[in-house]
Write a protein that binds this ligand. Structure first.
Ligand code: PRT
Ligand code: ZN
Length: 210
């Protein structure tokens, strides 16, 4: 049986369940539990926090997972990205107060940046030869400049309305992201076969959507 980890609740949950349904896979029981089984495909579902999915897949607790690329790259676990899933699209961007005159990455030199993505922010700063102080916070990142905690933030953006409502403007995009299917790096041959069957269905659904 192939073990698939998906988000228990949150932005990726419904689209993940919908994709499985469109693949013709019926899931037996509700999502209040940690696990569920497909009735017509050798698939077992694990419902987890999205942040934990790369680690569970690396540790072989789950064989595969549906999770945002932003999480995959931030966690940098031993996973293989197999397929883009076409939902959960967003970008990871740096934003500053709207009234700031932003002239380029040099603006960030010596500044404080609040984010839940310290690894990705550090790598962006390094690539641009900028040294800044990274403040890792786990939520409500967009309020940090307003309360004097940071000069800039780096957070996920989709419509841009959260930034707008907090008086911020987007100045750099450091990653374009969407949900992807990841797999454990060393799946056994039987599991690889099951994954190929599932992947064939996912690719058919994606084609039909376009
Ligand atoms: O409980 P759990 O840890 O599983 O969930 P979570 O709260 O960490 O994640 P969740 O459900 O918020 O997001 C899951 C995934 O959805 C993310 O990792 C992204 O891959 C994807 N995604 C897509 C987004 C967004 N779009 C998004 N807009 N994740 C978060 N946001 C937030 C963003 O952080 C900001 O607060 O939405 C706000 C901005 O949205 P706009 O439309 O105002 O720009
Ligand atoms: Zn999370």
């Amino acid at each position: 049986m192939l073990k698939l980890a998906i988000q228990k609740s949150g932005r990726l949950h419904d689209d993940s369940m919908r994709l499985l349904k469109e693949c013709g896979i019926d899931i037996s029981n509700g999502v209040n539990k940690l696990k569920a089984e497909a009735t017509n495909f050798p698939l077992e579902l694990y419902f987890l926090r999205d942040d934990d999915i790369p680690q569970y897949v690396e540790d072989n607790v789950a064989d595969i997972g549906f999770v945002g690329e932003n999480v995959v790259f931030e966690k940098a676990k031993k996973n293989t990205i197999v397929e883009k899933l076409g939902f959960g699209k967003c970008r990871l961007s740096i934003a500053v107060a709207r009234n700031e005159e932003y002239t380029g990455t040099a603006f960030l030199q010596g500044k404080k940046i609040a984010t839940s993505y310290p690894v990705l922010v550090k790598s962006f700063l390094d690539k641009n030869g900028v040294e800044a102080e990274i403040h890792e916070i786990s939520g409500s990142v967009e309020i940090a400049p307003g309360i004097g905690l940071a000069d800039a933030i780096c957070d996920l953006v989709s419509s841009g309305s959260t930034l707008f409502m907090n008086g911020l403007k987007e100045v750099e995009t450091i990653l374009q992201s969407q949900a992807v299917l990841i797999r454990n790096n060393e799946l056994q041959p039987e599991k690889m076969k099951l994954l190929e069957r599932l992947l064939f269905r996912i690719q058919s659904v994606k084609k039909a959507r376009n």
